[in-house]
Ligand binder design. Structure first.
Ligand SMILES: C[S@@+](CC[C@H](N)C(=O)[O-])C[C@H]1O[C@@H](n2cnc3c(N)ncnc32)[C@H](O)[C@@H]1O
Length: 292
């Protein structure tokens, strides 16, 4: 299986994911976050014919990308199924219990850099969409338009841990008429953030974009539900491996594992991986083994 063209995304903590899933060649595994297929394809390599892998993603574009780029592998491995689904409903799409579940949270580099959905504050000309699943009804721009100032401030504070949440929400509502694209929002945010607070090393829009994306896609709600439902479909001794990219996600994973009686160690990328793939810098992996 060779490296595919048009790949944006380097799988994060790849070897660590495979090791911690403890893959049995005849086991049944679910990759909840297919993305560009980086983890899935390596899981598949470890399975015999009797083993199987279900890979899901809520983004149709990710599904299409993998189906187009891995035609040969899909043809060859009848035990690899790919399906568009939200992992919060994992219990509804499985007909039997599984040995291992992987969640590699957040966005793929492809979504950030090539989806033209305005996920990144660096893509100035794009519309403020931010839906991972294009069937969702509300885009980021709808949230800015229809939520009141107080609710926006709450979103920026809770989902972005933004210190200037109130001031940014106020500026956005006062200037809503001029906000259509990513750059329009960037402009308003930089006017709102007082110079004294601005972190010179970080983009002033970073936290607001994270917050909007989390709100549009209900990322934290999906994670809570997805973990609970994953636990219920796991066999005894089965494993859930979660890679998160910010503290809001990691807190949910840590709390959930603790409730289930697991003390989870954190696994982080090596310096070498971070050098090769700077996007992996904030990654944290936790592993749960179901005891009963
Ligand atoms: C970081 S990427 C995964 C990258 C993948 N492991 C790889 O190596 O190519 C995360 C993916 O998860 C998907 N995703 C996020 N939340 C989801 C959810 N609730 N259900 C299903 N897919 C989700 C995103 O659409 C995105 O494609």
């Amino acid at each position: 299986m060779t490296n595919k063209k048009n790949k944006y995304h380097k799988p994060v903590l790849l070897q660590e994911s495979l090791e911690n899933l403890n893959i049995k060649p005849n086991g049944y595994y679910v990759d909840c976050t297919l993305g560009e297929g980086g983890h899935s394809i390596e899981i598949l390599k470890k399975l015999h014919k009797e083993g199987s892998l279900l890979s899901i993603d809520r983004d149709q574009d990710a599904i299409d990308f993998v189906k187009n780029n891995y035609k040969e592998e899909i043809e060859k491995h009848k035990n690899w199924k790919i399906k568009k689904a939200n992992f919060k409903n994992i219990n509804e799409i499985l007909d039997k219990k599984v040995d291992g579940i992987l969640m590699d949270l957040g966005l793929s580099s492809r979504q950030l850099e090539a989806s033209k959905r305005g996920f990144s504050y660096l893509e100035g000309s794009q519309d403020l969409d931010m839906r991972m699943d294009e069937e969702l009804s509300a885009k980021a721009i709808d949230i800015l338009n229809f939520y009141d100032e107080k609710t926006l401030a709450k979103i920026f504070k809770e989902f972005g841990e933004e210190r200037n949440a109130k001031r940014i929400a106020k500026f956005i509502k006062e200037n809503i008429g001029e906000i259509k694209t990513v750059q329009d929002l960037n402009n308003v945010i930089s006017r709102a953030v007082p110079a004294a607070f601005a972190d010179k090393h970080k983009h002033p829009s970073r936290r607001v974009f994270q917050a909007l994306r989390i709100a549009v896609n209900d990322e934290l709600g999906n994670l809570r539900e997805g973990l609970e439902n994953s636990f219920n479909v796991l066999k005894k001794d089965g494993r859930i491996v979660v890679i998160s990219f910010h503290s809001l996600e990691d807190r949910i994973v840590k709390k959930f594992f603790k409730e289930k009686g697991e003390k989870s160690e954190i696994i982080v990328p090596t310096e070498e991986e971070i050098k090769e793939n700077p996007r992996s810098r904030s990654a944290k992996m936790r592993v749960l083994i179901k005891k009963n």
